[in-house]
Design a protein around this ligand. Structure first.
Ligand code: GDP
Ligand code: MN
Length: 379
């Protein structure tokens, strides 16, 4: 789950990472109130879960109430890369001496935590990585060892941050690492991490992705739930307890097991189509789950055909077939469905389905032929 900048900064605050005083505003008047509290000059920032807000005009400095009003009016309702701005973050503006970059993620192949630190901050890190990879100092951290300030200071030196930022940056890095580990983040990123003209180091931006597998030990994440995903399909799927990820294609996918669902996406691509989603209905493909899955896919206007790919293992295909039949009876499906059912009790399952087949509900014997059929129908 991605957090908005303001939520990320609130999260940072719990771990002692310094940020500028500020508050959220959903209206122009609220923005002015927040500016009075934060103290002029302020910076008015669009809250959208996408980077490059600065370049898009979503971040403006304001020295007085008139300018705050102007900035808030301009930014509220603005579209930034397909995200509409409904909320602002207004904070006391910083005097920037230098902009750095700092982040922690998991390096899966290395099975270690990976810290990235650069003296070239404020620009997109992908750009730095592409044009000046040597400007990023990488530090692998064994989670059993953690990160101490001494190591962090050496890392800061290696990255070529200014002498004046050394202690402050090392302290922020240790705290950011705690935030990453104890805060169960997939990503904790500060870009820019700044050195102010007064010589303090603090986070000017916050990009935090929480690891939802850790939700059970973070009851406090509840507050982020309502503001979570902006994709209405994903929201609906989540409410129905489905393992769903929205994509840009036209073939709706339903499969049992994450591995099979991923393979199905690959095969659809291979035969020249594109998937509208990833959807793993898991082990028990009963009628309720199948109905929920079809409802979610049906609600996606981009879907032109639906590919149901089930391989029965412990799940029996005849149970799945009954689930499909009941779901078809209760959901008005907009797109043609192609079913590929195989595995345990496949024969019995196909026999159950046979009377329900039509030019809108088709069966195919293999994953490849089913994918071809679904892609054709989506054209
Ligand atoms: P992003 O473009 O979405 O990553 O938004 P950021 O929060 O990183 O802000 C982009 C840029 O705006 C920063 O790199 C700064 O150059 C500038 N900026 C943001 N806050 C301030 C501030 O308080 N003072 C000054 N002078 N510039 C700021
Ligand atoms: Mn940024």
């Amino acid at each position: 789950m991605d957090l908005y900048e303001y939520q990320g900064k609130q999260y940072f605050a719990r771990f002692g990472i310094p940020t500028s005083p500020g508050g959220t505003a959903d209206t122009v008047d609220e923005a002015v109130e927040q500016a009075e509290d934060a103290g002029y000059p302020v910076v008015v920032k669009a809250q959208v879960k996408v980077g490059g807000r600065g370049k898009a005009g979503g971040i403006k400095l304001a020295a007085n109430p008139g300018e705050v009003r102007q900035a808030a009016e301009a930014i509220l309702g603005m579209d930034i890369k397909g995200h509409t701005v409904h909320r602002l973050w207004v904070e006391h503006a910083s005097d920037i001496e230098k902009e750095y970059y700092a982040s922690f993620t998991l390096d899966r192949p290395a099975k270690l935590h990976l810290g990235m630190l650069s003296a070239a901050g404020g620009v997109e890190i992908e750009e730095v990585a592409a044009t000046k990879p040597e400007a990023i100092a990488r530090l692998h951290i064994n989670p059993l060892d953690g990160l101490d300030e001494e190591t962090a200071r050496r890392w800061v030196d290696e990255a070529g941050l200014d002498e004046a930022a050394r202690d402050g940056a090392a302290q922020v890095l240790v705290r950011l690492y705690h935030c990453f580990v104890e805060g169960d983040c997939d990503l904790a990123e500060i870009n820019p991490l700044i050195l102010t003209t007064e010589g303090s180091v603090h986070a000017l931006d916050a990009k935090v992705t929480l690891d939802e597998n850790a939700t059970f030990r973070h009851p406090e994440w509840e507050e982020f739930a309502g503001t979570d995903t902006e994709d209405p399909r994903e929201k609906m799927a989540k409410e129905k307890g489905l393992n769903y990820i929205g994509l840009d294609g036209t073939v709706g996918i339903i499969a049992n097991g994450a591995g099979l669902a991923m393979s199905t996406l690959d095969v659809v691509n291979q035969v020249g189509g594109s998937a509208a989603n990833f959807l793993d209905i898991g082990g028990g493909a009963n009628a309720a789950v199948m109905t929920a899955a079809l409802e979610v896919i049906n609600s996606d206007p981009a879907v032109r055909s639906i590919l149901v790919n089930i391989f029965g293992g412990i799940t029996r295909v005849d149970d799945v077939a009954n689930g499909v039949i009941q779901a078809l009876a209760s959901v008005e499906i907009r797109s043609p469905i192609v079913l590929r059912l195989d595995g345990t009790n496949a024969e019995a399952g196909r026999a159950l389905l046979a009377p329900h087949l039509s030019d809108r509900v088709l069966a195919e014997p293999t994953m490849l032929s089913a994918a071809r059929r679904a892609v054709e129908l989506a054209r």
